[in-house]
Write a protein that binds this ligand. Structure first.
Ligand code: FE
Ligand code: CA
Length: 522
């Protein structure tokens, strides 16, 4: 479809579709804007420099995202302060001959001119293509994205494939893993945190982070996100599948916990809360998250649930905003007052798991649940930012997982692959296996790994940790392939992240059989 055809189609349908999209939307009130663009904007250049994305797939809806940023690294992305009208359309074919939904959005400077279009009324279990258009001089049509709805809740969906990824430090390397992922056949991608890193630019890095020092202002967090999102491989992966995203610590500040920054002596409480607010605002602005997930002050609600027929229930967690501070020692790690999820989220999760009718129950979250001792021999060393630092809440999580069919936890953060059984008692090799944990490696964080050193350190600990089934520290991602009988997981690794060209291979495969708790190397 050429530009003129798009104009004709959009012009012919504007009145009707604006009304339809309002009627369709359960959040129409939130989307009704007080602003109206008066005339087409004059943009300093092509505005779709950050690509397009989709997310939040349900059986009849997705969220479409883009951001207008002709000059992505400067404040406001080079946009004038005015509201701008953006038209969007969704088609059943890549050539946009069969457009099934179209409408208009108005994007605002105080949301970095980002669009978060909730498209309802789609068919279940279907592939769609989408694109955006801005009017006026300098206006243009966006790249085309592809997305996919979930099957109906009661449908007996037989098969499902998704990837998990995390930790994409731009400075540490190239995103070959994203390019490879974009060529997989997937229903969706789950991103488990560390989408950006707030690290200062390092002249010795593979790629130089924007700016000067760590971001603390809204402009700087926007610029940091824009720099990451300018990457063509990352854009390709967003354009290929809907993404379900959650964040970990580096989207805000290393190892933050609720209202406590990494370094409370340096960042006073009020200053940190202001930083958290702008960091989460910029995060929402750059993610395919719906408008109703827009942060309110320093708070964003991202824990949520997705269903794929009766095959999969996916519970996405937030282990940052509600946790108590990291403990200093093992006594603190056993503190019964500690919480990882906060009371409300924990109750929500327990309730959702107890009601689940899904064949597979996947919990997508950030840091490792399985015990991860880092010292060979009888001495123990733990990272207390992980669930190892929150042992009483971990026992409650394990109890909840023990009550559902086929639980699998997918985890990020570790910058290494750690395939584990979750045990009722990690100190007792004879204790019951509750479920599987698939900790994926990083896309780039940590840079090229040194497997020899890694295995020299961890193989002796693995010999003492029978719940560890497989470990590796090369960069890459996991592909999960589910049917009613088994969950297969492929570990894809890249040969290097120091150069933009690299080879991708399948290093290992893991299997969980339905009805058998835990995971094994296939
Ligand atoms: Fe990370
Ligand atoms: Ca030890």
């Amino acid at each position: 479809m050429d530009r003129r055809a798009f104009l004709r189609a959009a012009g012919g349908a504007v009145a009707g579709t604006a009304a339809v999209s309002l009627l369709d939307s359960p959040i129409a009130a939130a989307e009704a804007r007080p602003f109206r663009p008066s005339r087409p904007p004059v943009l300093p250049g092509p505005p779709f420099t950050l690509g397009v994305a989709s997310g939040e797939p349900t059986h009849n809806s997705v969220v479409l995202w883009t951001r207008l940023a002709p000059d992505p690294l400067v404040p406001a992305g080079g946009m004038p302060p005015d509201p701008v009208r953006v038209d969007w359309e969704v088609a059943a074919d890549e050539a946009f001959r069969r457009v099934v939904r179209r409408g208009r959005d108005v994007v605002l400077a105080d949301e970095a001119h980002s669009a978060h279009v909730q498209v309802n009324g789609l068919f279940a279990d279907s592939v769609y293509w989408y694109r955006f258009r801005v009017h006026g001089r300098g206006g243009e049509i966006s790249p085309v994205g592809r997305t996919r709805t979930a099957p109906r809740h009661r449908s007996r969906r037989r098969h499902l494939r998704f990837a998990t990824a995390s930790c994409q430090n731009f400075g540490d390397g190239y995103y070959t893993a994203h390019r490879a992922m974009s060529q997989e056949d997937l229903d969706f991608v789950v991103f488990l945190g560390d989408y950006i890193y707030e690290s200062r630019p390092n002249p010795l890095a593979v790629r130089l982070h924007e700016g000067d020092g760590e971001p603390v202002t809204l402009d700087r967090y926007r610029a940091r996100h824009a720099q990451y999102r300018g990457d063509a491989d990352l854009q390709a992966c967003h354009a290929a599948f809907p993404w379900i995203v959650t964040f970990d610590d580096h989207e805000v500040d290393n190892n933050w916990a609720d209202e406590i920054p990494q370094d409370p002596a340096v960042q006073p409480h009020d200053q940190f809360m202001a930083r958290r607010a702008v960091a989460l605002q910029a995060y929402w602005e750059h993610m395919p998250l719906s408008r109703r997930r827009k942060p309110v002050g320093p708070d964003i609600r991202v824990y949520r649930r997705f269903l794929w027929g009766d095959l999969l229930q996916l519970d996405v967690l937030d282990t940052r905003q509600y946790r108590t501070d990291q403990p200093a020692d093992l006594a603190g790690a056993n503190d019964p007052a500690a919480t990882m999820l906060g009371a409300e989220q924990e109750a929500w999760l327990a309730d959702g798991l107890s009601r689940s009718r899904a064949r597979w129950n996947c919990v997508a979250q950030q840091t490792m649940v399985a015990q991860n001792d880092r010292q060979a021999g009888p001495g123990e060393t733990f990272d207390f930012d992980n669930w190892d630092g929150y042992r009483v809440p971990r026992q409650r999580l394990l109890a909840d997982l023990g009550r559902v069919q086929n639980p699998v936890v997918v985890t990020g953060d570790r910058h290494a692959t750690w395939i584990c059984d979750l045990r009722q008692d990690f100190y007792d090799p004879a204790s019951a296996t509750v479920g599987a944990e698939l900790t994926g490696t990083s896309i780039a964080s940590g840079g090229d790994s040194d497997p020899a050193t890694f295995h020299a350190v961890y193989d002796p600990i693995m010999a003492e940790s029978p719940h560890w089934k497989f470990i590796d520290n090369q960069r890459g991602y996991l592909v999960c392939d589910l049917d009613r009988d088994r969950w297969l997981t492929d570990l894809r690794t890249v040969s290097t992240v120091r150069a933009p060209e690299a080879t991708v291979s399948t290093l290992a495969q893991f299997v969980t059989q339905a009805g058998v708790r835990g995971v094994a190397v296939a």
